[in-house]
Design a binder for this molecule. Structure first.
Ligand code: C5P
Length: 303
């Protein structure tokens, strides 16, 4: 009887959790001004897309992160490791975890890859460590890790305000997009450092896009794209304008830099059209993906 109970307890406990963490693009990113805390006040429309990292979490005595991708740190400077450390302390857990990160989202790319990984670690450890924390409690920890992390706990399409961390879901729409990355990274802090008051806007682009998203055609979405960080990054990196021009020449309805860059995305008429555009771009020295927007969660647990 005792042995049986011990056995069922053992099998009931998750020893291994596998997650997929999807990237995002910013359909709109407006800088409203500078805040007293050093951050910038933003209004942004964030959209999850189906380009994902894979993260495996295994019960362990130690805290450990493994990642084969070149240039990806495995210490506490990696947001995935930081997420595990911060949650472990906040939840007063004594167990560790062995994390294996299989990177597909480019790093320092404006696609929120590091933030998505961090959100996946929070969701996965909530399960592995059987914390049963509600999302609101995970969101508090997420904000301590970075302003993009709370978005990934929800996914789909969302309006971000404040420093980008206050998230409200918006109705989603299925879109085909093409992502183009120039194989160099850009620092988010440096990008924000280049913003000057002439680049501030008043939220009108987010309002236009948010207002009619329900029945909006890809052409209308393409016409509403705006990123206040694009100009300073394009001034420092001519590749931004070249990638946008190449996307438009290949048939994209509109093209914009995502987040703090340097990845640029193009809006297609459909996913099939996005694949066509991607094929036309493969001669360049860039990495290109045709992706679908995700209406559901950005973090998905595999069996
Ligand atoms: O939130 P996260 O840690 O990703 O931000 C990285 C840096 O980007 C911040 O340290 C800050 O310099 C800048 N930032 C900003 N305003 C925001 C978000 C980020 O100035 N709303």
């Amino acid at each position: 009887m005792i042995a049986l109970r011990a056995l069922s307890k053992g099998t009931g406990r998750a020893r291994r959790v596998v997650l997929r963490a999807a990237a995002k693009v910013n359909l709109v990113l407006e800088v409203l001004g500078k805040r007293d805390d050093g951050y910038h006040e933003l209004v942004t429309v964030m959209q999850a897309v189906d380009l994902s990292d894979r993260i495996t979490l295994e019960d362990a005595d130690v805290l450990e992160l493994r990642c084969d991708a070149p240039g990806v740190p495995t210490d506490s400077t990696n947001l995935a490791m930081k997420a595990a450390m911060v949650l472990r302390e906040a939840a007063e857990v004594t167990r560790g975890v062995r994390m294996t990160l299989d990177k597909h989202i480019p790093v320092g790319a404006g696609l929120g890859g590091g933030s998505a990984d961090a959100a996946a670690v929070l969701v996965g450890l909530n399960r592995l460590w059987r914390l049963r924390w509600p999302r609101a409690r995970l969101e508090e920890v997420a904000t301590r890790l970075g302003m993009d992390v709370p978005f990934f706990l929800r996914g789909g399409t969302a309006l971000g305000t404040g420093r980008g961390e206050r998230i409200e879901p918006l109705p989603g729409r299925s879109l085909g997009l093409v992502l183009v990355n120039p194989r160099f990274a850009v620092s988010t802090a440096e990008t924000y450092g280049r913003v000057t008051p002439e680049m501030y806007t008043d939220g009108r682009f987010a309002k236009t896009l948010g207002a009619g998203r329900n029945g909006r055609s890809p052409a209308r979405v393409a016409a509403s794209l705006y990123n206040g960080l694009q100009e300073p990054v394009a001034a420092a990196h001519p590749a931004i304008s070249r990638m946008r021009a190449a996307l438009l020449a290949a048939g994209a309805l509109g093209a914009l830099m995502s987040g703090s860059g340097p990845t640029v995305f193009g809006v297609a008429r459909s996913y099939e059209h996005a694949r066509q555009i991607r094929r036309r771009l493969t001669r360049g020295a860039w990495d290109c993906w045709a992706v679908r927007t995700l209406n559901g969660p950005a973090i998905r647990m595999s069996a």
